[in-house]
Ligand binder design. Structure first.
Ligand code: NAD
Length: 409
């Protein structure tokens, strides 16, 4: 099953449970618009390469399209369609007045020089300029796209418009229209949701044991926040190793170790384990923060955590979801757990349009204001329909999209 089939299956499941209006279901069963272009890029050696590029605009019932651009050799249209649908859900889950979009280019950016990457980024904007813009569709970074790429894109769009148009993309560098707190927003949002979940489930607020898969932007920042808040992080994995220390890992020291050696492997006092052992640990909280399809029907039965917080996108398969629900593991779904990223992207756009920039404290307070009510709404929906929190998140989002859709038609 490809990602888009999966997305449509999630839509159907939620639609059935809530008896979604048939017109809204029909609208959401296809993207509003698929934009496609062939991008010619002059290489440093003088040759010309053509790259296939997409911008899928899935649904705009609640506002302009929002979603990242992925530069990856495995990008395909079905994946972009699925990701754009999930963005519509994610924005509705956290109450951002935006719809869902996503872009992609079939390219291996690691094979491009900085100059080639800049030319590709600028030509992407020239190709899609008619359909994007601060009031229409606002891209952002995704896999292998960076703040630098966003800066080139905002600059290209501004030059073509003949005026500064910083609100055309988010995830820009701080010096060029970026927002404070954007780099840590995904983990910070996940942290607020976790705190709310811990309270809801009546777990003790100190010394909860945590295992984290992934020690990059999402996972390492989360580890730091949890460590500071008094959680005991007993295991961490990156792509080269998984490590365990029953007494709890010293996360600031582990960050320095990773900085020096590029891996968590060999951290002093920690024992090396494998990833399946990490998933099966006697912990309170398990945080997948690396890749998709990690928790499957083959290992879901082993999970002993009370809360599984999905900082990664799509780490749990539908079969594993059913097993975890049966075993009363509370899965906080990606569309809520990692929605802090798009929330602060939205704040960046608001700051760009108003030309008024917020302090780190203001960004953080506003993020909290979005994440906690989102958790509460989804928890209550889960209780009402007796479904897992993923379906509850979809139902909550679809109710909001449906209301906007029907108000307009
Ligand atoms: P990243 O590249 O910074 O970090 C990924 C981490 O996963 C690295 O530590 C890497 O070593 C580790 N990893 C890779 N393969 C692994 C494996 N087989 N086993 C264990 N660890 C492995 O990426 P990121 O930005 O932290 O993103 C991680 C996940 O979070 C992705 O699913 C991404 O879509 C999702 N996410 C990130 C953001 C964000 O703002 N960074 C926002 C929303 C969702």
């Amino acid at each position: 099953m490809n990602a888009y089939d999966n997305a449509l299956r999630q839509l159907e499941t939620a639609a059935k449970i809530m008896d979604l209006n048939s017109e809204t279901l029909a609208r959401l069963s296809n993207p509003e618009k698929i934009n496609q272009a062939s991008l010619p890029v002059r290489m440093d050696d003088g040759s010309l390469n053509i790259y296939q590029a997409y911008r899928v605009q899935y649904n705009s019932a609640r506002g302009p399209y929002k979603g990242g651009i992925r530069f990856h050799p495995q990008v395909d249209l079905d994946e972009v369609k699925a990701l754009s649908f999930w963005m519509a859900i994610k924005c509705a889950v956290v109450g951002i007045p935006m719809g869902g979009g996503k872009g992609g280019v079939i390219v291996d950016p690691k094979k491009l020089s900085q100059n080639e990457l800049e030319r590709l980024s600028r030509v992407w904007i020239r190709a899609f300029r008619p359909v994007i813009g601060p009031e229409k569709d606002i891209p952002a970074p995704d896999v292998y796209t960076t703040p630098q790429i966003m800066a080139w894109m905002a600059d290209e769009f501004s030059q073509l418009e003949g005026k500064p148009s910083l609100g055309v993309v988010t995830g820009k560098p701080l010096e060029y229209g970026g927002s404070k707190g954007r780099g840590t927003s995904t983990a910070q949002g996940g942290f607020y949701v976790l705190e709310a979940a811990v309270k809801q489930l009546g777990l003790p607020e100190k010394d909860l044991k945590v295992a984290i898969q992934g020690f990059g932007n999402a996972g390492a920042v989360m580890a730091g926040l949890l460590f500071e808040a008094g959680y005991k992080i007993v295991a961490v994995a990156d792509s080269s190793s998984a490590i365990y220390d029953a007494a709890g890992l010293d996360i600031p020291e582990l960050m320095m170790h990773k900085e020096e050696t590029k891996s968590v492997k060999g951290f002093k006092g920690a024992k090396e384990i494998n990833i399946e052992e990490l998933f099966a640990l006697e912990v309170d909280v398990l945080v997948p923060a690396a890749l998709e399809n990690q928790i499957t029907k083959d290992n879901a039965e082993n999970i002993k955590a009370k809360i599984l917080l999905e900082l990664a996108n799509g780490p749990t398969t539908p079969e594993a979801d059913d097993i975890l629900f049966k075993n009363k593991v509370v899965v906080v779904p990606d569309v809520l757990a990692n929605a802090g990223g798009v929330t602060v992207s939205y704040f960046e756009w608001v700051q760009n349009l108003s030309n008024n920039y917020w302090s780190a404290e203001e960004v953080d307070a506003e993020l909290r204001e979005r994440m906690i009510p989102a958790w509460q709404a989804i928890w209550e929906t889960g209780q009402k329909y007796q479904v897992n929190l993923r379906t509850a998140a979809f139902v909550t989002a679809l109710e909001r999209i449906d209301k906007a859709s029907r108000a307009r038609n």
